[in-house]
Design a protein around this ligand. Sequence first.
Ligand code: NAD
Length: 489
Amino acid sequence: MTIQNNLFIDGEFVDSEDRSRIPVLNPHDNSLITEVAEAKKADVDRAVEAARRAFPAWAKLAAADRGLLLLKLADAIEANADELAKLESIDTGHPLRDTRGLDVVRTAVTFRYFGGMADKVQGSVVPVEQGFLNYVLREPIGVVGQIVPWNFPPMFTSWKMGPALAAGNTVVMKPAELTPLSTLKIAELARKVGFPKGVINILPGYGNIAGQYLAEHPGVDKIAFTGSTATGRKVVQASAGNLKRVQLELGGKGANIVFDDAFLPAAINGSAFAIFHNQGQACIAGSRLILHEKIADAFLEGFLKLARSIRLGNPLDADTEMGPLTSQLHRDRVLSYVKVAKEQGGEILLGGKSPERDDLARGCYVEPTVVRAKLADRVSQEEVFGPFVSVTTFRDDEEVLAIANGTDYGLGGGLWTTNLQRAHRIAGAMRSGMVWINCYKRVNPGSPFGGIGKSGYGREMGFEAMHDYTEAKSVWVNVDAKIPPWYPR
Ligand code: NAD
């Protein structure tokens, strides 16, 4: 496996100006995978300049040709899927069954979707008053800064780069300092398939240095950010200097509601996936389980049994269903919420600790954790971002909506019921950018992804994303030969 560990600027892998490096660890045992070049201000300047130089030609390239390069990149990702998946598993701790079966597949699918989309985003003609023609062009914005977190690196690379590049923008992306390897690998593949120099630039680096400077940079026209709500706020402040456009995909506290008429075997399995997939490190995780009091005991019996049986282990083992969290620091943060829960009267129904197994002792593992808690408790309000679910019960629709809508977040949420009318009524009343009925965490490149409230604004995926990566230009044409009436002489 070849590992890229340099910055990718202007079509080349290069060291950072001051040669500083960031250690990249395997969270299974905290061993060193590599040391990656750390971008600082001078490197951000270099990358933004390269992206600026590349922008005019890239924007003028026929949209179909931009699309073709994205299609080739999707093919290259598929051709290298095994290697990418392994790299991702050692870098993030996601089990191979997920990196190979979901993350890398979705990365290719998303690049392919936007490759196909490139020449299908059209302007419009507006029916205005007689004598005039008004048409609207959709033009690229320019240089786009993109900052992504560590939980789904290759997928987020495609979600952000796909529409930005298809629309004719050039990109400077900062992956998370913990997990830059798959994004650098994608840059290597992009170079191989023929993306012009400077169109894609990748800068591993720390958030408060490279990320902050990218968000501030006057040469960047838009900043697209995925990460925590606290950092999102800083990005907005940093963007104010040149009033660049901002798109924010932030935290969540997903409500996962199970009604008394739900098909319980499906609800139990789907709810376990909602919180335990990717060790719960998902902004759309179903981290609040809200159970109708009539079925709460029966549901919990099955849910706890399933959670207990989830196979923790080395992400590279084929039968591992749950790997380690992505870093030691994050593992400690997640476990600190066990104490928080207990202090507020929460009852630990399962887990709440690292597994007591020699083979996992050096890694960042946390057992599936289930806690009974009240709506107002911190574990029901704050994003834990781990395999940690808070459980509460409800009696009727009114109460369940008060609970579901009772946080500052509004990203994703789900409900399980066999009652068609209730399903749509509750989905309509949930304050959430995405709702899943009798399923959870479905995503598709055609379907808008994003949140409301403290979960951010703007949408990824679909036509919505293409709109978010273009500016509308309104062009007025006088098609009448007459002299205008303003100063009759
Ligand atoms: P984070 O906010 O700490 O970091 C995210 C990215 O921002 C990283 O690349 C980091 O280096 C960078 N960063 C940090 N400080 C910065 C600053 N001052 N200026 C600019 N960039 C800075 O988040 P995280 O802990 O890496 O990721 C977890 C968070 O991401 C969770 O809150 C999760 O909900 C959120 N998330 C949201 C979505 C979504 O689509 N809504 C998806 C995945 C993750």
